[in-house]
Design a protein around this ligand. Sequence first.
Ligand SMILES: [Cu+2]
Length: 172
Amino acid sequence: MKLRLALTSALSLVLIFAAGMSRAQATVDGAYARATVGKQANGAAYLQLSAKGDDTLLSASAPVANRVEIHTMRMDGDVMKMRALDKLEIKGGEKLQMQPGAGAHLMLMGLKQPLKAGDSFPLTLTFRKAGKLTVEVKVKEIAMPGKGGDMPHHSGQAGHAGHEGHEHHHHD
Ligand SMILES: [Cu+2]
């Protein structure tokens, strides 16, 4: 009797989970984070967002960091410019792929522990319509794209002291 009860409740948990997934407007795929080097203060995470209808990523959080910010960056000549966004719009039917070196990413501010390749950690994203979604983020070694090859642009406190208009020099 005890075993049967346990099986029944496990099954209902699966059903509740499935129901929650199908109601969600937004989906998150392939979340990964860059392995950190030494006592790096901040990390970066990348993932793919898609939504059936328009949705908006409002915030994110992870137990490995004091806070998670939505950042965007782009090259302006030889200078990498980054700034924090208060939200990220997702167009219905479109895929938004975050990747190192360009566009949006999630910044893990104030890491509580180093991120080691092979580890993973939970990340909770809050969407306007889909509500909260928690995904598992895999930590990987990622080489920076471009001439520098392995230059981490998120290289510690000094590199990320001020967000608005802060410029990161692109080394070659
Ligand atoms: Cu950033």
